[in-house]
Design a protein around this ligand. Structure first.
Ligand code: FE2
Length: 294
């Protein structure tokens, strides 16, 4: 007969055995970490108000130059991922470039997207192509593309940076390189759409632009991916794992993996929610699932 075995050993025997294993850098898998039947993120739902972020970005621009800071970036950090990132695998950062400033050319393994929040122009050069940056525009700098930023306008440029840096770090796959000059040359008048998705033509990549009409709400859904949101415009709130996050224009919020989320437009304007997630990674590894409430 085959059955589960029942072996009695003394606590002393076990502790002695565990100590031997420990000295050999081996760990018995049956003690310690329990089995998790579904994802539980360490990160929590959280919202950063634009009314708090913008003054701090302007203050950063007074305190630190782009000579000192490779990028003048404020990293939004989840309260449970202290000092790290907004979500488990993706950062959501605020970057500011002041009139006349450049942010020098570099490239890295982490892929980046920028959703422009404020500014009257300015541009990013991606692999020698000049890409304009207007509010609501999405600019992509994929993995290992050279990029530098310049503000040739008379007002500050502020944008949301989304990068998969935490994921790349977790995978220990990160490279970084500085360009041999501060700025890349670019062809005058060359305006390509390869890296540029104007607000009017936004399309799904790992990014989504969601329109929610006044008084409308989405169905509650949870997905195996972490998602960062930016309120392009609108007023409302999201219920995220039982927490209410009240949002208005330009706020940023984060939704951890496998957390029921629904969005409500409580204002009288259409709401535009931009979001980016690590769903493509989950799908590539066959880890993706989603579930709606009945
Ligand atoms: Fe960069």
């Amino acid at each position: 007969m085959l059955e589960l075995s029942d072996i009695k050993s003394s606590e002393e025997e076990l502790q002695d055995y565990y100590a031997q294993l420990s000295a050999q850098h081996v760990t018995p898998a049956w003690i310690g970490g329990g089995i998790s039947i579904e994802p539980h993120s360490k990160a929590v739902p959280y919202l950063w108000h634009w009314r708090d972020l913008r003054p701090q970005a302007m203050r950063a621009a007074e305190l630190v130059g782009t000579q000192q800071a490779e990028r003048r970036v404020l990293r939004l950090t989840n309260p449970e991922l202290v000092g790290v990132s907004a979500s488990n695998t993706l950062v959501a950062n605020i970057q500011i470039v002041m009139p006349g400033e450049i942010a020098r050319a570099h490239r890295h393994s982490a892929a980046a997207l920028r959703l422009i929040i404020e500014g009257g122009g300015g541009y990013t050069v991606v692999n020698g192509e000049r890409v304009p940056m207007y509010p609501g525009d999405l600019v992509l700098t994929p993995n290992w593309t050279w990029h530098d930023h310049a503000n040739d306008t008379d007002g500050p440029m502020i944008w949301l940076d989304g990068l998969d840096t935490p994921l790349v770090r977790m995978l220990e796959a990160g490279f970084y390189e500085e360009y041999h000059q501060e700025r890349q040359e670019f062809r005058a008048g060359a305006n390509t759409s390869r890296w540029h998705y104007p607000m009017s033509e936004m399309r799904a990549i790992a990014c989504y632009m969601q329109l929610l009409r006044p008084g409308k709400q989405t169905r509650a859904c949870r997905r195996v991916c972490c998602t960062n949101y930016h309120v392009v415009e609108g007023t409302g709130y999201s219920m995220v794992g039982g927490r209410r996050l009240d949002w208005e224009d330009k706020d940023v919020f984060t939704v951890p993996t496998w957390t029921f989320t629904e969005h409500f437009n409580s204002g009288d304007r259409p709401a535009f929610l931009f979001s980016f997630s690590d769903a493509p990674v989950m799908k590539a590894l066959s880890l993706y699932r989603e579930e709606e409430t009945a």
